[in-house]
Design a binder for this molecule. Structure first.
Ligand code: GLC
Ligand code: GLC
Length: 641
């Protein structure tokens, strides 16, 4: 292999010489990185494309294009590359706090984001994920996840120049921009898809296209339906081509064909062009689905990892400060496999998210504690993106094996959780909406804003003051765990104002069939003004979240990634520790809606060290006291060791 790599390199070098890359003033810097990366890239691509007789030609072209993209990278970003590589670990710091929003729903358009800057600063945000802002089909576009061009914005939101300007000004304010890299599919209006429809064979090979439906059958029997309420099966007949196209999600989202190295290169170029606009982190959408093999579920295949790793090398060459965040809402064993300094440095933590809700419904923390013990640890230098909810549904993605260890039956438990969060289970506090019920499997997921799922909506309409108080605490408890668990916490903007479900989506024909719109709220000036008003739900949640953000920022112990779960002395109490340079943080959360006195001596056991003080209330703690924990109480206790 070594000899072969050397030959490949020589062949490539001869061509770069010929194409006068080597004479560019940028070559020396690029080459110093290429020296370290060439073999890795060549080996990764060899794994995928070894059958191609033109392999060396493809490789040469891919690297040449990476170089051209690097040449085009603005100086300011090249500067940033020198200090903010993934290995610098900047995103692990307690000073980092993320937020996510739709541009139009949060700020009208891209320029409008500038006027939201003071608001983001109030919350302490340092990372802003803008939901897909690309050109997309007008009618249906899956909330922007059907991209028609990665180089153009949706005209209603502004222009790419606006985006670059915002990226620049936010960067100066210490806010990194995050965008989606929707790389599993494009919309059927993308230029490549249009050419494919018109019969262009080269572009038909950009997608997974089949002439004979029998060919699709080989795959179909092993695939799951992602949106079963919309349609059955993963293939769509296109009458223009008279062929079948692979469409994992909606019929207008065409899956790209990564068996074709031209697709890899074309998408690598789209990726780098986003980085060159000033995007610091890419959210890799739907990572699980990018490679397909007959006879498999076509999810999480080894080649999917190879592709992402190869993209990562491309980033290292052309825009080395770019980070990858993986979006894999799959079995916990599979989520973990995407997380690596050389693959995705950060990853959504859907397990923690789902189990925070699970513990809130059951009032028992055993499954949550088990997962934190068993699955929270990550490779050094990588981080979870911890969140309470996002723009998508909540799926109960805990591992059935984990549940079985505790005597919990996965299927039954999911059914209970769905009933509970749809408000159908007796005693439920939640006002959620079901999503994508599949009568064949009984599978379902849940939608709803954090406030509505946590009980605020129900309490406001039909509850008592005490219930409202508990619901507010519950929301803060979940955010409090997310803020303390290490990694990057992410606020879904509007949660900080306790925004309730928006049922008006049912009146909008573009949204009515997708209940995820119930929890994608519109900016509200009224609630915004309430944020400083004590005595309102929005005011209370906003003030509390700002306080948590401030405490987190000021205490380096929150930047520690690992945690140690402790016995909370009661089935409803979650407790864990983090340690940093002579300080011990003890996090205690009561998931019950009743006051609880932990088993005698619990606090003494949990709160080791001197001078324990509760950071949120500012109170000194007397561990001997075994004080009662209020319903849904959260404590962050810091002591000196
Ligand atoms: C991801 C997105 C989701 C979208 C899907 C298809 O899961 O989060 O909103 O529907 O990918 O792109
Ligand atoms: C992805 C996830 C799935 C999620 C969907 C969007 O396919 O795997 O759990 O619900 O995107 O809704």
């Amino acid at each position: 292999m070594e000899k072969f790599m050397q030959l490949l390199r020589e062949e490539c070098e001869a061509r770069w010489e010929e194409h006068s890359l080597t004479r560019s003033p940028d070559w020396a810097e690029f080459k110093s990185r290429l020296d370290g990366e060439f073999t890795r890239l060549a080996e990764l691509l060899w794994d995928l494309y070894r059958d191609r007789p033109d392999f060396s030609y493809q490789l040469e072209g891919i690297i040449e294009d990476a170089f051209r993209a690097f040449e085009a990278r603005p100086l300011e970003l090249k500067e940033r590359d020198r200090t903010f590589q993934p290995e610098s670990g900047w995103f692990l710091s307690e000073k980092q706090l993320g937020a996510v929003a739709y541009v139009d729903r949060f700020a009208g358009n891209i320029k409008g984001l500038a006027k939201r800057l003071p608001y983001l600063k109030e919350l302490g945000i340092s990372y802003l994920h803008l939901m897909p802002f690309f050109l997309a089909p007008e009618k249906e576009n899956d909330g922007g996840y059907a991209v028609s061009s990665y180089r153009e914005t949706n005209p209603a939101l502004g222009t790419m120049a606006d985006l670059e300007a915002i990226a620049r000004s936010f960067r100066k304010e210490g806010i990194a921009l995050v965008a989606d890299f929707v790389f599993n599919h494009t919309s059927d209006e993308h230029d490549w898809a249009q050419k494919a429809k018109a019969g262009n064979a080269r572009y038909q090979d950009f997608y997974r296209v089949f002439t004979d439906p029998a060919e699709t059958m080989v795959y179909q029997e092993h695939l799951r339906d992602i949106f079963p309420e919309h349609r059955k099966g993963s293939f769509t007949f296109n009458p223009q081509m008279k062929k079948w196209v692979w469409t994992t999600f909606n019929s207008f989202q065409w899956d790209l064909n990564y068996r074709n190295p031209e697709v890899f290169n074309a998408m690598a170029q789209e990726m780098i062009s986003l980085a060159n606009r000033g995007i610091a982190i890419l959210r890799l959408d739907a990572v699980a689905f990018i490679w397909k093999e007959p006879g498999t579920t076509c999810e999480n295949l080894p080649q999917a990892h190879t592709i992402i790793k190869a993209f990562q090398v491309m980033a290292r060459l052309a825009c080395p400060s770019l980070l990858f965040k993986s979006e894999a809402i799959v079995h916990p064993d599979d989520i973990e496999k995407y997380i690596d300094l050389r693959e995705c440095q950060i990853s959504y933590n859907p397990l923690l998210m789902a189990e925070l809700w699970e513990a809130s419904a059951t009032k028992e923390v055993r499954l949550l504690a088990l997962s934190l013990r068993k699955r929270h640890h990550l490779p050094a230098g990588c981080a979870w993106v911890n969140y309470v909810r996002c723009h998508d549904d909540i799926g109960w993605t805990f591992a059935d094996e984990d549940a079985a260890e505790l005597g919990i039956k996965g299927w039954d438990h999911r059914r209970f959780l769905n009933d509970f969060y749809m408000g159908e289970f007796p005693g439920s506090f939640s006002r959620g909406v079901g999503f994508q019920y599949n009568p064949e499997t009984g599978d379902r997921r849940i939608c709803g804003t954090a406030a509505s799922l946590a009980g605020i909506e129900k309490a406001l309409e039909e509850g008592t003051g005490a219930e409202l108080d508990t619901a507010v605490r519950r929301l803060l408890l979940l955010y409090g765990i997310v803020f303390a668990a290490g990694g990057l916490p992410l606020i879904y903007l509007s949660d900080e104002l306790a925004v309730l479900n928006r049922y008006a989506y049912r009146e909008d024909p573009g949204q009515a069939s997708d209940s995820r719109w119930v929890h994608r709220p519109l900016w509200s000036d009224r609630l915004y003004k309430l944020r400083r008003k004590s005595g309102t739900t929005s005011g209370r949640v906003f003030a509390a979240l700002c306080a948590l953000s401030e405490i987190r920022r000021s205490n380096p112990v929150f930047g520690v990634q690992s945690l140690t779960v402790a016995d909370g002395g009661h089935p409803s109490i979650l407790a864990f520790h983090k340690q940093h340079e002579g300080r011990l943080l003890t996090v205690v959360g009561n998931f019950s809606d009743r006051p609880i006195i932990p088993a005698p001596g619990t606090m003494c056991r949990l709160v080791a060290g001197k001078n324990p003080r509760e950071l949120i209330s500012g109170k000194l703690v007397l561990p001997e006291e075994d004080a009662e924990l209020e319903p849904c109480a959260l404590s962050w206790i810091l002591s000196d060791t």
